[in-house]
Design a protein around this ligand. Sequence first.
Ligand code: SAM
Length: 237
Amino acid sequence: MSGEQPPEQVALAYDRWAPVYDVIFGPVFRRGRRLATDAAERTGGRILEVGVGTGLSLAGYRASNTVIGVDISAPMLQKAHRRVERLRLRHVGGLSVMDAEQLAFPDSSFDVVVAQYVVTAVPNPERALGEFLRVVRPGGEIVIATRIGAETGLRSRIEKLMMPVSNRLGWRTEFPWARYARWAASAPGVTLVDRRPLPPLGHFALIRYRKDQDPARTITSQAKNRQRLPELEKDGR
Ligand SMILES: C[S@@+](CC[C@H](N)C(=O)[O-])C[C@H]1O[C@@H](n2cnc3c(N)ncnc32)[C@H](O)[C@@H]1O
């Protein structure tokens, strides 16, 4: 897998972003965050936000939920702590430094796992997705806002060329949909329930997966995800 950075390097990149993150990335991802929190609210309850960063989305959850936020960068989380205090966000039940690839929560601890603009930043995205699936309860949802790279063509070539720079900044530019599709096709008990484009430029997407309720459905959903794989890859979706 090209473009992997060890977690310490990714953390360091975001430690450096922390002082200016809200100014640069606040407005550009605002709509995506809004749609992701709305999607999470549809299930609601106990929500884990992975890669919560400076906590830009936290005020968007209704007070009836309990939101736990984790992130690998302590300086990003310090800003989130300050935001929680300033805005008196009582529905935020905790903020901790934690690696998305090794979540320190028991299986099935959350109704929803939300990851906004995080999956392309972690060194091993499939391992992180596996952790999201482990900690969400059967019937719960994984809600992801993410960059989707081009599968082929000029944009794909440019995205590959930009990888050394984007890696140092803390994310991958090259990240085709096929990677999500392959993960879902091989993961036990997960069904893709939605995928829609997000701004800017439609190069991002809101993705929702549901964790299946029972093992019998697991087999069905894996077969179904596998069946959809060529169809989704062909569409470049
Ligand atoms: C692009 S920022 C997104 C922050 C926030 N979700 C938002 O919408 O503004 C990516 C975040 O993921 C965090 N991150 C990167 N790798 C991580 C990992 N392995 N585990 C947990 N968080 C990670 C970074 O520290 C950073 O806060």
